[in-house]
Design a protein around this ligand. Structure first.
Ligand SMILES: Cc1cc2nc3c(=O)[nH]c(=O)nc-3n(C[C@H](O)[C@H](O)[C@H](O)COP(=O)(O)O)c2cc1C
Ligand code: SF4
Length: 498
């Protein structure tokens, strides 16, 4: 056997059948049988946060497009994406996409940057989103719009596509070799870290001057902020104890409060994790990558290279420090928390559950619904412990036609405060308004988790929904991606290892 098959949700017609399917998998995913319409709808309930009303319970997650100019300006492709985010009608826009605070921290040579040269471009991007939103909703007064600030750390790739230039905080037993780093590779010094922190301050002040309502100090997906949280083995002021591993966050926030006191701050965090995965060659087939298996970690216990993982069994998560982290956020007066998990680089099945893997991934080691359930369950647990914080949930796209039914139940039962949409917003940005207005879903637009939006950038192309969005399908990149995927299938001539 060289593959596992999971029931494709596209083949399930009725919500009752989906509920039965969840039961057969023994998954604790709440799912309503009927959607409420009109004033009764939980999606329509506004929320007030620091005197600002947020008009409904949909949030658009940040999603990069790898389509900025070489100097970090938005292009027409970027504006199109932000326009579509505005047209979604979602009243919380979490950052649009990751924007680098400086060049060496760009995840790709086309990532947006925030600096003096890009101010006008970012202002225009914000306006584009607001105009589109006003067009469909009539007002932007109840829209909260943030900007996600990032330094890509270990995943920096600022100058040439596919040539990583990692900035790392500590040596990692598995991740170093994935970014071509050996034991002699230099770590970021405490002095360099302090300069990066100052760039976050400057960037946040610019975001405020440009009119953004909040900034996200990104702490997820293996990028720099997240790597601090797992820097157990790092010496000095920014590693070791929990206090030291969160110093970056505290110092960033302290500077923002003094330079832009009215700017709200949010944090997107990978709240749980597991060890890195890789494709198992023993489970590979010609043209098909192997099933994901965890890296061998048994001689590395207690495991000291992850955040929110069980140190004795790092395949499992442990939320002890996540709860401590949320306590810290509360102390720092940060109430907006966007929950994600893992990383698209080393355990994509955790971070964005999908039926089809990206080219650098592996076949799903579990039914992707388990990945959805895990993200929802962790968020529920955290919300229960911190009812005063505002939680945005992730990983809903895999639910496809049943997303609204699950989302409604999760909101109604208080598992989460906002339903975050990632990939679904690329294929079907109008979904929030269709649901809120009681209109039937447009099946042809529903994301089927083909992962091309991840495969494309992994191969140096801009990201977008190539299978379903004509804009990308018809583009020169659409043709290139087809060729890349065909070559990739040919190169995977792996045979089963006995
Ligand atoms: C193409 C693409 C780009 C992404 N870029 C970002 C990003 O810039 N910042 C971020 O925090 N998450 C990013 N993500 C992760 C999504 O925000 C989201 O967490 C993930 O897709 C899971 O949610 P979903 O199931 O609704 O897609 C990206 C995801 C995709 C598919
Ligand atoms: S390429 Fe399109 S269908 Fe595939 S996962 Fe991305 S958004 Fe969904």
């Amino acid at each position: 056997m060289n593959q596992r098959s999971y029931t494709s949700l596209g083949g399930i017609r009725q919500v009752t059948d989906f509920q039965a399917h969840l039961e057969s998998l023994r998954l604790m995913i709440p799912c309503d049988s009927k959607l409420e319409v009109g004033e009764q709808s939980v999606f329509r309930q506004p929320m007030t946060l620091n005197d600002r009303e947020i008009g409904n319970r949909f949030c658009i997650h940040p999603m990069e497009g790898w389509d900025g100019s070489a100097d970090g300006q938005p292009t027409e492709h970027t504006r199109r994406r932000w326009r579509r985010f505005g047209l979604s009608g979602a009243k919380l826009i979490w950052g649009g996409e990751a924007v680098a605070v400086r060049h060496d921290g760009r995840a790709n040579p086309n990532q947006l940057m925030i600096n003096d040269q890009t101010r006008a471009g970012l202002a225009n991007l914000r306006e584009t989103l607001l105009e589109a939103h006003e067009q469909v909703c009539g007002t932007t007064s109840d829209l909260l719009l943030g900007l996600q600030l990032t330094h890509s750390g270990r995943y920096s790739c600022p100058n040439q596509k596919l040539r990583p230039e990692p900035r790392i905080l500590y040596h990692h037993p598995f991740l170093d070799r994935r970014v071509n780093v050996d034991d002699s590779y230099p770590l970021l010094t405490d002095g360099e870290i302090r300069r990066i922190i100052e760039e976050f301050h400057r960037a946040a002040r610019s975001a405020w001057e440009l009119g953004f309502d909040f900034v996200d100090v990104k702490h997820c997906h293996g990028y720099l902020g997240h790597e601090f949280l797992s820097a157990h083995t790092r010496a000095g002021n920014y590693g070791g104890s929990f206090e030291n591993r969160t110093r970056f966050l505290r110092e960033v926030v302290e500077g923002i409060r003094s330079l832009a006191p009215q700017l709200q701050v949010g944090v997107r965090v990978s709240a749980f994790d597991t060890v890195p995965f890789h494709p198992d060659p023993a489970w590979s087939a010609p043209g098909k990558t192997g099933i994901g298996i965890p890296e061998q970690h048994h001689d590395l216990l207690p495991y000291r290279w992850g955040f929110a993982v069980n140190t004795e069994n790092p395949e499992e998560h442990d939320l002890t420090e996540t709860l401590q982290f949320l306590c810290l956020l509360r102390k720092l007066n940060i109430s907006l928390v966007n929950i994600s998990g893992g990383s698209p680089y080393y355990n994509p099945h955790v971070q964005r559950p999908a039926l089809y893997p990206p080219s650098d991934g592996y076949q799903a080691p579990e039914d992707p619904l388990m990945g959805v359930a895990r993200q929802m369950e962790v968020t529920r647990e955290l919300k229960q412990s911190f009812p005063d914080l505002v939680f945005i949930g992730s990983g809903y796209t895999y639910l496809q036609e049943f997303l609204p039914f699950v989302a409604q139940a999760a909101l109604r039962e208080g598992w989460v405060d906002f339903i975050g949409l990632g990939r679904m917003a690329l294929t079907y940005p109008e979904l929030p308004l269709d649901v809120i207005n009681g209109r039937p879903l447009r099946h042809k637009h529903i994301c089927r988790t083909f992962s091309d939006c991840t495969t494309a950038p992994r191969n140096g192309l801009q990201s977008g929904c190539y299978p379903l969005d004509e804009y990308y399908k018809q583009s020169q990149f659409g043709k290139q991606l087809k060729e890349i995927k065909a070559a990739d299938r040919r190169s995977k001539k792996l045979t089963k290892v006995s």
